[in-house]
Design a protein around this ligand. Structure first.
Ligand code: AMP
Length: 434
């Protein structure tokens, strides 16, 4: 099936072409026709199946058909999602697929200043992507009026319940118009989720895609325990083997990305880095070189990687593990697109083991460990790292907590320490600030 056969309008078809999408994924094939018929929908699908586009595309099409508003735009679609990360991704999807429609969207979530968000709301938007807490907060402050709402989406309902947002969701349901179209997505359909769905949906169409197509399950995942200072050598070792052709390598920071690209290039393998400090032109060029296989290795930070859509990418390497487990799922979803096979290799140093624990919890499986590699970590290395953490904590220095738990955009001042000196530590002199 093609996107043409889904009767999509030209501005959206053109945007999908720009995105490089050639055909709809199964959830898109099944869900889009029902949504365009203005039916309520119960969708059982995980992240990685293309579910965001499955609702974003028909919402954009339905809203495009409405008469243009002369004066102020009003919110006609609300997408409620549990995390800031998902909210941003959904916002980007609306931006990408809706680039030719003239419709406006914004994303709101907590933990950041509300000012830019309220300014965007004041300018007027058609589509609002929100996490529950900030939505209720801004509604209470009268920045948000949902009286004109026509399409309501509850994304990742199961996680919404897990994260304790059910009361917030109910509060939102109490203030949105009863006459509306509702779309409900969840990776699982446990009884309490079905109960919530029953409250929200009216005679919904039901679509399901098998969990097999979920990113975290179709992609072969492996983890290498390796000392921080040996990661570079392990990467070069793997790149010199025959298994990896083109690979996207993730680092947490911009400097980290530059450093890895430099080290790999020095080893005689073509590599480039993309991140927010590079100009748009430099990024586009690096991506084109990677797509056309002129460079084998593209090193990216998470933010820079958001726009990357590369077909036939078989390998992703997490040079550093992300501290948010959702980011891991998003990263590895760059390979094994739409059911194709893919491999995600992760380097985990002693300090990152807690990240790995969270990731395994989120994806509900243990990532198999590769023991047989030239730079294994010994029990002594683990113990040494653990004692360094303890030392940092007892000193109360910023290195302790910020290194192990905070976002990489925080200060990275505590990172260049000496317990693994002697293994390439000279490269660390620039620090690791984002
Ligand atoms: P999602 O399940 O919404 O998180 O989407 C997973 C990934 O698949 C995203 O990076 C999308 O850009 C990508 N994607 C969604 N639909 C398609 C499609 N029809 N063809 C290729 N990639 C797609």
């Amino acid at each position: 099936m093609t996107f043409n056969e889904l009767n999509l309008i030209e501005p959206i078809l053109a945007a999908l072409k720009t995105e490089g999408y050639t055909k709809p994924t199964p959830i898109q094939q099944k869900a889009i026709p029902y949504i365009l018929q203005k039916r309520d929908l119960l969708g059982c699908a995980q992240t990685g199946t293309g579910k965001t586009a499955a609702f974003a595309i028909p919402i954009l099409q339905l809203l495009s058909a409405l008469p243009q508003e002369r004066n102020k735009r009003t919110i006609k679609s609300l997408i409620l999602t549990p995390t800031r990360e998902l909210a941003l991704q959904i916002g980007e999807s609306f931006g990408a697929y809706g680039r030719n429609t003239g419709l406006k969207h914004t994303v709101i979530f907590g933990g950041v200043s509300q000012h830019p968000q309220t300014e965007a709301l004041k300018r007027g938007i058609d589509i609002l992507v929100a996490t529950p807490g900030r939505l209720l907060d801004l509604m209470a402050q009268k920045f948000i009026d949902l009286r004109d709402l026509q399409i309501f989406v509850l994304d990742e309902a199961d996680r919404m319940l897990d994260m304790g947002f059910v009361h917030d969701v109910r509060k939102v349901l109490n203030v949105i118009p009863e006459k509306r179209q509702s779309l409900f997505f969840s990776a699982t359909m446990a009884p309490e989720i079905m109960k919530l769905a029953d409250n929200i949906l009216v005679e919904p169409a039901k679509v399901e895609v098998t969990p097999v197509s979920s990113t975290a399950h179709t992609i072969q995942q492996k983890v290498y325990y390796v000392k921080k200072g040996d990661k570079k050598n392990l990467l070069i070792h793997l790149l010199k083997g025959d298994e990896i052709d083109r690979v996207l390598v993730f680092t947490r920071t911009k400097h980290g990305a530059d450093r890895v690209a430099r080290d790999v290039t020095k080893a005689g393998i073509q590599a480039e880095a993309i991140h927010g400090n590079k100009s748009q032109n430099a990024r586009v060029r690096a991506l084109d070189n990677f797509k056309s296989s002129k460079t084998r290795v593209l090193v990216a930070t998470d933010i820079a990687a958001r726009g990357i859509d590369v077909d036939d990418l078989n390998h992703v390497i997490n040079f550093e593990l992300p501290n948010e487990p959702e980011t891991y799922v998003h990263r590895i979803g760059r390979t094994g697109r739409a059911g194709a096979s893919g491999t995600a290799l992760s380097f985990c140093d002693a300090e990152e083991t807690s990240y790995l624990v969270s990731i395994q919890k989120l994806i509900s499986k243990n990532v198999p460990v590769v023991d047989n590699h030239p730079y294994p970590m010994t029990a002594k290395d683990f113990a040494e790292a653990a004692s360094t953490v303890k030392e940092q904590k007892s000193k109360g220095g910023r290195g302790g907590r910020s290194r192990w738990g905070n976002k990489p955009s925080g200060n990275g001042g505590g990172q260049s320490r000496s317990h693994n000196a002697g293994s390439g530590s000279g490269q660390r002199s620039g620090g690791n600030r984002n």
